[in-house]
Design a protein around this ligand. Structure first.
Ligand SMILES: [Zn+2]
Length: 555
């Protein structure tokens, strides 16, 4: 009989920073280590990662990190985690190739880390516990589910999957391996929730194929397809259909090109070399960038696909300048957090004289599990408990309804929050306390140097602007000696002669303080900032950041 704990350091009640922990007796197994992209108003924050102090405190018990697939929300926290705990990492060939690339990008030497390439035929042993894998279908090749086998049954981690049939072997689900798991008893399944509310989801890629084929048939000119770099399966579809119509392919997208290059090098993406075109960075009317038979696939992450197309449309891209003959296919439906930017960009894009085709969710099938996929998973695994993971609370709740609909009782469905521990003692579930969790903000290469206060300052600077006041005074003459200089950024003082009023008030405050017995520049500048802030708020309803510096010219 075993003592098993399951909890999350990230991924529950949110989109991203997936990191789940399974503890069997003293051994810790880490499932994925992802980032979350910051909200739009978290100025200067590049990514959010889970607080991993629990793992640091217990690092001697960590057996390894097991990675399901190579998307950022599942692997991009690894450079930070590995700096804290240089433990073993297990993943499929393609996933480990992406992790190697990620570590190199973070100036880490791959040779310093223990990276193991596994496949679904591997069974790893850690004392009494063993870990096995099964292939799943997702938008990136070689995605896997992970099973941690204990004396009381297996804990199965199945995130980012669906059961859509796929002809490419690197995207195929191993149904036999999944059903085999149920023969050995499954104690609990941790299954993704993100698509559990989706109804009438498109089941296959036939609409995409049909729509894109029509575009190919109806234009003799250049096509530019804008896509997410993580969406390798769809990129392959676009490539294959384009090749069928005798088109040449070019792929552009700064950093993101790497993922495609890794995929091409490892034969996960197939483009015959004679069909792959490398574009020139100097564009004139007659060079190959404007050839009619080209399909240019522009890739990126988050907002990049939109930003790049806008650059091309406005004539500011060094590779492509769009013209009226071009057809642009936007194959990048917004992801959580990018909706506003996407709508704004499309509105702007329609102003240009180009043909735009938007492939939205009505055309694109989802690569996440919907209700039917989840029910099929439950029926194959026959778990005793269901723990919805990955998604906002509404998604997780939605999965609990799916589980109920599939016949599971309330007491066998466990809705958790990050940090909340569920304990299985001799196969029975009890909720058992909480560990410390939180968000760590990553700013450039700095880890955790950004706190909420700094973000608030950046937010104010961005939304309200800044007023900088320089005041020269003479401590011997005990007075301000010239009109203060008032510099503003992102904020206008022209309104109601605000600058004059600021200068007058600042001069008055400093003069009044100079005649007092004791004078502290710091204290007086604080008073000036406070009083000016009140004045500006009263007259303009704005709260800019105000910075006042007092300079004693007698020293
Ligand atoms: Zn994914």
């Amino acid at each position: 009989m075993a003592n098993i704990k399951v909890f999350a350091l990230g991924g529950l009640g949110e989109n991203g920073k997936n990191m789940y922990i399974v503890e069997v007796e003293k051994s810790i197994f880490i499932l994925d280590a992802g980032i979350k992209y910051p909200d739009i108003d978290m100025y200067g924050v590049d990514a959010v990662i889970p607080d991993m102090s629990y793992l640091v405190e217990n690092k001697d018990r960590v057996e390894g990190i097991f990675i399901s697939h190579g998307h950022e929300d599942h692997i991009n926290a690894l450079p930070y985690l590995l700096k804290l705990i240089p433990t073993r990492i297990y993943g499929t060939h393609f996933t480990i190739s992406l992790i190697e690339n990620l570590l190199s990008d973070n100036k880490m030497n791959i040779k310093d880390f223990k990276l193991f390439r596994i496949n679904e035929n591997k069974m790893l042993k850690f004392g009494e516990v063993s870990v096995s894998f099964f292939n799943t279908t997702h938008s990136i090749p070689e995605s896997i589910g992970i099973a941690i086998h204990t004396k009381d049954g297996a804990i199965v981690y199945c995130t980012d999957f669906n059961f859509t049939p796929n002809s490419h072997e690197k995207y195929q689900t191993s149904f036999d391996k999944i059903t085999d798991l149920s023969k050995q008893k499954v104690l609990a399944v941790l299954s993704e929730s993100i698509g559990s509310g989706a109804i009438n989801r498109i089941k296959n890629d036939s609409i995409l194929n049909h729509t894109y084929k029509n575009i190919l048939l109806n234009t003799d000119n250049r096509i530019i397809v804008s896509a997410y770099s993580s969406d390798l399966r769809r990129i392959q579809q676009i490539i294959s259909l384009s090749l069928e119509m005798n088109r040449k392919i070019a792929i552009i997208g700064k950093k993101s090109e790497k993922i495609v290059n890794i995929a091409i090098d490892n034969h996960y993406l197939t483009i015959p070399s004679e069909k792959l075109v490398y574009l020139d960075s100097i564009v004139d009317d007659y060079d190959k960038n404007t050839e009619k038979d080209l399909v240019i696939i522009s890739i990126g992450i988050r907002n990049e696909p939109y930003r790049r197309i806008l650059k091309m449309a406005s004539g500011n891209d060094k590779f492509i300048k769009l013209n009226a003959k071009d057809t642009v296919v936007m194959m990048c439906p917004p992801v959580p957090g990018t909706e506003k930017y996407a709508i704004k960009s499309l509105n702007e894009l329609y102003r240009y004289d180009i043909n735009i085709e938007v492939f939205d969710k009505k055309i694109l099938s989802s690569s996440h599990a919907n209700k039917d996929d989840l029910k099929l998973l439950y029926s194959m695994l026959k778990p005793k408990y269901i723990i919805p993971i990955k998604g906002e609370y509404r998604h997780m709740y939605e999965q609990s309804l799916v589980a109920k609909d599939a016949g599971f009782k309330d007491e066998n469905i466990i809705l958790l929050q990050n940090g909340e521990i569920v304990n299985f003692v001799d196969g029975k579930m009890v909720k058992d306390g909480h560990i410390h969790v939180g968000d760590i903000f990553v700013d450039g290469s700095l880890l955790g140097n950004v706190n909420e206060e700094i973000i608030n300052d950046r937010e104010t600077l961005a939304e309200e602007g800044v007023i900088i006041l320089l005041i020269n005074f003479d401590s011997r003459l005990r007075k301000v000696i010239s009109v203060p200089s008032c510099i503003t950024k992102g904020f206008s003082t022209k309104q109601c002669e605000l600058d004059v009023k600021i200068e007058e008030l600042a001069t008055k405050i400093v003069n009044n303080n100079l005649v007092k017995k004791r004078f502290s520049s710091n204290e007086v500048s604080n008073v000036v900032e406070e009083e000016i802030s009140k004045l500006v708020l009263r007259l303009t309803k704005h709260r800019p950041v105000i910075m006042c510096t007092l300079i004693d010219i007698s020293k």
